[in-house]
Design a protein around this ligand. Structure first.
Ligand code: FES
Ligand SMILES: [Fe+2]
Length: 445
């Protein structure tokens, strides 16, 4: 039954001021609309330039249902192409990443393409003489994505032609990416190590919401982080320095008051971050030599301003989270209404002491890995929610905490750190972008 497919009004009715209908998490038809419209209408992260250091380097990405190739061309530019041969549709590459040399060669009939997508050659070309091939779309080669923007090495695409520009979509929220990069004395990040990949049996939006959910750590993580903290308190030797691991997980047990005071900043278009005044990353030990390097690069005042930012989780709508003070990026990749692949990537701050990268890796393992002591608590909650939402009880999910009538979603504001407003902000953006794409490309388009 098509309840939502050709019916933007029905889709819009799923999101109220303070509630969302369970179908946003469990209905396969809504999931299909997200894939076709939300991920086409928004700017979506597809990779980092440091993953493509050499000409011919490529990586695979999927945006909505679309298989893409992100590739470094011989002139150094980055191109994003549909991973589909223009001859008979064969997928050109199947590896997650690699180097293709000077060209891509289709494995089916050996049509080949330059790394900017242009058709290079066709075997036995004389068979196409006088056939009008030069008029066919196929000779244009691998089709490029409509909009690509590389922002300080972060590569984003927007599949739809119309809609918002990159600058309008992200606005001031880019300050979180800036801060993560500026923490390098050379102003440069490189991805190092493979990402942690963790499959979740839940809807992808549960993970996005959780990034700014500050009322759960002291509850859901009590049995893991809480136990670890109490073991440390019981076993520590008088005057011993707190190990890095304890510094990482103990703030998860901070009080409601701490999280209230931490603050949340909301931006238009569903972006926002926790950790305005302070955050769970504010109390890490200083790394020897780092401040001196930063001062030499930026001057003392600017270096202090960069390092005093302790933003916790920045959500870039729709599906990534950046953690500047720890240099990680998480991507929430929807696979089905109830299946999500999470990738957690780690960055090295170029020119900074190794100890910072050690902390980045440790944080990722302790908090985000399938074997972590924290991440599986969250997974348990998401999967229970996915199950519970099947119950034919109240079909609405409540997001009312610290709601004020007349709340706006087109403004930047700093609010109480336990508010659910950022979740409301995300759903407002969700329904606006899907709705506007559906209305521009009506039924069957
Ligand atoms: S399908 Fe690619 S060359 Fe024929
Ligand atoms: Fe959590």
């Amino acid at each position: 039954m098509d309840r939502y497919r050709d019916n933007p009004a029905a889709l819009r009715a799923l999101v109220r001021e303070t509630e969302v209908h369970r179908d946003v998490y469990i209905d396969p038809e809504v999931f299909d609309l997200e894939m076709r419209h939300l991920f086409a209408e928004t700017w979506v992260y597809v990779g980092h330039a440091s993953q493509l250091p050499e000409p011919g380097d490529y990586l695979a990405a999927t945006v909505g249902y679309q298989p893409l190739l992100v590739v470094r061309h011989s002139d150094g530019s980055i191109h994003v192409l549909y991973n589909r041969c223009p001859h008979k549709g064969t997928r050109i590459t199947t590896e997650p990443c690699g180097n293709t040399g000077k060209f891509f060669r289709c494995p089916y009939h050996a049509w080949s393409f330059r790394t900017n997508g242009k058709l290079l050659s066709i075997p036995l070309k004389k068979g196409y003489e006088h056939t009008g091939l030069e008029e066919a779309e196929a000779v244009e080669g691998l089709r490029p994505v409509a909009n690509v923007h590389v922002y300080r090495d972060f590569v984003f695409v927007k599949l739809n032609e119309g809609g918002q520009s990159f600058e309008a979509f992200f606005g001031e929220s880019l300050s979180s990416i800036d801060n993560m990069i500026d923490r390098s004395p050379e102003g440069r990040l490189v991805i190092e190590g493979a990402p942690l990949r963790y499959l979740h049996g839940c809807n992808w939006k549960m993970l996005v919401e959780n990034q700014t959910d500050t009322c759960h750590p002291m509850v859901a993580h009590e049995s893991s982080a809480g136990t670890a903290v109490s073991v440390w308190e019981r076993e520590q030797v008088e005057g011993a320095k707190r190990p890095m691991a304890v510094e990482v997980y103990s703030p998860f047990m901070s009080s409601y008051e701490f999280f209230e005071g931490m603050g949340i900043r909301v931006w238009p278009n569903g972006h926002g971050h926790t950790g305005v005044a302070t955050s769970i990353h504010a109390d890490y030990s200083a790394v020897p030599g780092y401040m001196e390097q930063m001062t030499a690069s930026y001057g003392e005042e600017r270096a202090r301003r960069i390092l005093d930012e302790n933003r916790h989780n920045t959500v870039y709508f729709p599906n990534i989270m950046v953690k500047g003070p720890v240099q990680t990026l998480r991507v929430f990749i929807p696979l089905a209404a109830d299946k999500t692949l999470v990738e957690s990537w780690t960055f090295r701050l170029v020119g900074a002491p190794d100890m910072l990268f050690e902390r980045t890796l440790m944080y990722n393992r302790l908090i985000n890995a399938p074997t972590s002591i924290v991440g599986h608590d969250d997974l348990e909650m998401y999967e229970r929610a996915q199950e519970g939402l099947r119950a034919d009880a109240n079909p609405w999910v409540n997001l009312q905490r610290l709601y004020q009538p007349g709340e706006r979603h087109d403004v930047t504001e700093v609010i109480n750190g336990t508010s659910e407003r950022q979740m409301r902000n995300q759903f407002h953006a969700w329904v606006s972008f899907i709705g506007s794409s559906m209305e521009r490309q009506p039924a069957g388009a």
